[in-house]
Design a protein around this ligand. Structure first.
Ligand code: HPA
Ligand code: MG
Length: 287
């Protein structure tokens, strides 16, 4: 067994009892260092940010996200009003169609750099197939891979050999109620057999699409599958699905830009912005 860290904090048992009834799903904001058994009770030793360690009863880890101090992800709160459009360069053709800049392009870059580092350190020395979910994921995908390849160049002793692949997802037409999806494009998915796959997606909305995609990928027997999503939307009807790597958790607003679209518009906008009512009206598909 691994040596236990010197500074170990323990979650109190009251908290454990309370949260043992929590319906929240397993969520991951800290890395698991080791699991030990104390009597009947499995304890997980977690490594948090800032050189903090925590011993925690298994089911309590599901609710870590409720505590701000444990949040290792980047949350944009519901009352955050973003930046004024006038502070940034917005293409003239979209000037009247947006409410605010929610995430400027530069911040996306900085956050993506950190995600790349996390991925690099978790997957190092194993070949990785980075699977881009088109079209919305293409800008995040290219920036993430750029940063991964930079890490590969700068680290002499470790590297992540990368393969690239692309898929598009299509809903079954006239059958929306089943919500089934079909994978189109990309290489034969059988090529994923025995590979470590990193699915790169723009946004997790309800989580249903990603859960279905993961079920499809599993049929092709990859060695492992992880998901990096630039955005996760806080939706009341979320399935509870969380990606392994998340750029920003955002409010339940319709966002566009940085390859995210509204009816194929706004992919050519650098920043992630909230669309306004007149933008929705202007680019809606006439019935
Ligand atoms: N923007 C673009 N595409 C999306 C969104 C969004 O907010 N939610 C689900 N798909
Ligand atoms: Mg998408």
């Amino acid at each position: 067994m691994k040596k236990l860290p010197d500074h170990l904090e323990f979650m109190v048992s009251e908290t454990y009892r309370y949260f043992s009834h929590s319906p929240l799903r397993e969520q991951k904001y800290a890395s698991l260092y080791s699991t030990i058994n104390v009597g009947e009770q499995p304890l997980q030793i977690l490594q948090l940010s800032g050189r903090r360690w925590l011993a925690i009863a298994q089911c309590v880890s599901r609710i870590l996200e409720q505590y701000d101090e444990f949040k290792l992800h980047f949350e944009i709160s519901d009352d955050y009003t973003g930046y004024a459009l006038s502070n940034f360069c917005i293409p003239r053709h979209y000037e009247g169609d947006l409410e605010n800049v929610l995430i400027p392009w530069g911040l996306i870059q900085d956050r993506t750099e950190r995600l790349a580092r996390d991925i690099f350190h978790e997957i190092k020395d194993e070949p990785l197939t980075a699977l881009c979910v088109l079209k919305g994921g293409y800008r995040f995908y290219t920036d993430l891979l750029d940063k991964l390849t930079t890490l590969n160049r700068f680290h002499a002793s470790v590297s992540v050999p990368l393969h690239v692949d692309f898929i598009r997802l299509k809903s079954y037409e006239n059958d929306d109620s089943t919500g089934k999806i079909r994978v189109i494009g990309g290489d034969n998915l059988n090529n994923l057999r025995n590979r470590n796959v990193l699915v790169v997606e723009d946004i997790i909305d309800t989580g249903r699409t990603m859960e279905r995609l993961l079920a499809i990928l599993k049929e092709h027997e990859p060695k492992s599958v992880k998901v990096a999503s630039l955005l996760v939307k806080r939706r009341p009807d979320s399935t509870g699905y969380r990606p392994d790597y998340c750029g920003f958790e955002v409010p339940d607003r319709f966002v566009v830009g940085y390859a995210l679209d509204y009816n194929e518009y706004f992919r050519d906008l650098n920043h992630i912005c909230v669309i306004n009512d007149s933008g929705k009206e202007k680019y809606k598909i006439p019935l």
